[in-house]
Each structure stands twice: as C-alpha cells, then as structure tokens.
Write a protein that binds this ligand. Structure first.
Ligand SMILES: [Zn+2]
Length: 295
C-alpha cells in the first residue's frame, strides 16, 4: 500500500470546534487488526465523517506492536484524504494490555521507550496524539513524555471506574493523575471507556483541574464514554460486581442525552468509546448544531 505524504503543519485544534464543541468519532470496542480489517476500518471512518465527526481516532493496535498502530493510522489518513474533509486524526497511544511483563509496566523509562516506538510509527499520519484509556499516572506520564518530543498537541484521557467515583482503575483521583502530568504540554484532558454517568460525575473535577495551571493555557476538557451502561437501576454489590456482564446498550438518543449533560457541565470535547457508532455521533452532531454559537 502507498500513501501520499501528509504535510507537517501543526493543527489548530480549536479550529475543529463547532458551536464551542469538538466532536470526536465513536469506537469499535476492540483493537482493530489492520491486515484483517482493511475494508471495515475505512468504512467505519467514512460513516463517522458522514455523521459529523471532526476527529477520527486511529484504532489502538496492540501495545506490544507499534507497527499495527501505524498501519491503522495510515488507513485513517488515507480515508480522510479520499474524503477531502478538514478532519483531524488523533494518533491513539494504547494502554498496556497485559502482554508486557510487570517489571516493564512498572518502569517509567521502559514504558516511555515503548511509547516512543508508537509515536514514531503514528507520526506521519496524525495531527495530534491521544493517550487514551490511561489506567494510572505512570502510563499517562510515559505516553505524554514520548509524544512531547514531536511538538504536536497531546490529549490525555483517563479510564474511569464505572462507579461515579471519578477515580482511575488504580484508585488514583483525577487530581492525583493530573498532578503527575500538568507540567507537560497537555492540550486537553478527558475521561473515557466508562459509563456515560461516570463521565458526567467526572466533568466538574476535570474543570477544576484547570486551577493547577498558572499562567499557561487551561486544557480543554471532555469525555467519550462507552455506549452501554452498567449502572444498575438499583445499586447492589452483586450488580456492581457483575457490571460488565449486565450492561445495557444505550441507543443514540439516550447516549446523546448523557453527552448533553457533559456539555452542560463544561465539556469542550465529546465523542464515543466502545459500543458507540455513527448513529450515536450523528445524534450528538444534531445536538451541537441545535446548540448554536457557544456562550
Ligand atoms: Zn471503551
């Protein structure tokens, strides 16, 4: 496969805002394997472009295989090129997925070195880097450090527990997670891969993180949740423990109502993670259109 060479201009991310909001695409809910998904990935991107997405995420690839991530990024880049649209490509830096030894996962230098390989592979095809589904401070610090050398904008998104606590899977609070990276060049902070309700609960905390910055530009804030809810209508320990086995898919209207809650609480960036598709994004697009020019 051959690719046209992208230009090296640094994008103005706020130029992708419509009525004050940047709309990202949805997610597949699984790592796409480019050599198997040569046709489905471009179709997935095209449907999201048609739905109104201003940002396409490259598929994650595998943490242990930077080449897969680069191939996925090339597919996104080519799809955008063919569509001729002014859309940004977010180069996703994946979270470790258990295939790497524990010692490596615990070492900032070793993790950063792996992320540098991902950053290099994604580089020619992406407008900025999205360190998504970060499960702890160490992962985010390593990913941001690796991406910072490129000079391209960096967004960080933390995965949250599905319990409205606004904490990461490792138990860190958002303030603690932010503390470890706020000295680095981070243009936006988000939360993802959790219940929409958990994004809503986290949004005021994300807005509060801005207070850590002195003199610099406050980061944009946002979220992209999963398209299903594990919130039991009536909370029980048993229901919470079995959360992932009892998830309810959320239809586009319901998901869009959650997104409106995030926007009402100050989100600048919205989109979708696992189980969110073009139909959901199209509903959010209408919502943003209806909203009119930002406050
Ligand atoms: Zn997800």
């Amino acid at each position: 496969m051959e690719f046209d060479l992208p230009d090296e201009t640094k994008p103005d991310l706020t130029g992708s805002m419509r009525n004050g909001i940047i709309l990202m695409d949805g997610g597949t809910g699984h790592d796409v394997v480019p050599h198997k998904d040569q046709a489905t990935i471009p179709a997935f991107h095209r449907e999201h472009i048609a739905a109104g997405a201003a940002v396409l995420k490259t598929r994650n690839g595998c943490f242990g295989d930077p080449e897969l991530g680069a191939k996925a990024a090339a597919l996104a880049w080519n799809t955008r090129h063919a569509a001729g649209k002014d859309i940004l490509i977010a180069g996703c830096l994946p979270a470790p997925d258990g295939e790497i030894e524990f010692d490596t996962l615990a070492s900032l230098d070793a993790l950063t070195a792996i992320y540098r390989d991902h950053v290099r592979g994604l580089g020619p095809f992406v407008d900025f880097y999205l360190c998504g589904s970060m499960r702890n401070s160490l992962q985010a610090t390593a990913a941001v450090t690796a991406a910072a050398s490129t000079g391209k904008p960096i967004w960080v998104s933390w995965k949250l527990k599905d319990n409205l606590s606004a904490t990461l899977p490792c138990g860190e609070t958002l303030a603690e997670a932010w503390q470890s990276i706020y000295h680095l060049p981070v243009a936006a902070v988000l939360v993802n891969c959790c219940d929409p309700e958990s994004v809503t609960a986290a949004m005021p905390e994300l807005k509060n993180l801005e207070a850590h910055l002195e003199g610099g530009n406050a980061p944009l804030v946002g979220g992209y949740a999963n398209g299903f809810s594990s919130m039991a209508r009536k909370w029980t320990i048993k229901a919470a423990a079995g959360a992932h086995r009892h998830t309810r898919p959320l239809d586009p209207d319901v998901y869009a109502r959650h997104v409106k809650d995030w926007i009402d609480r100050g989100a600048d960036i919205v989109g979708g993670c696992c189980g969110v598709g073009p139909a959901h994004i199209a509903r959010i697009d209408e919502l943003i259109e209806k909203r009119g020019p930002s406050r």
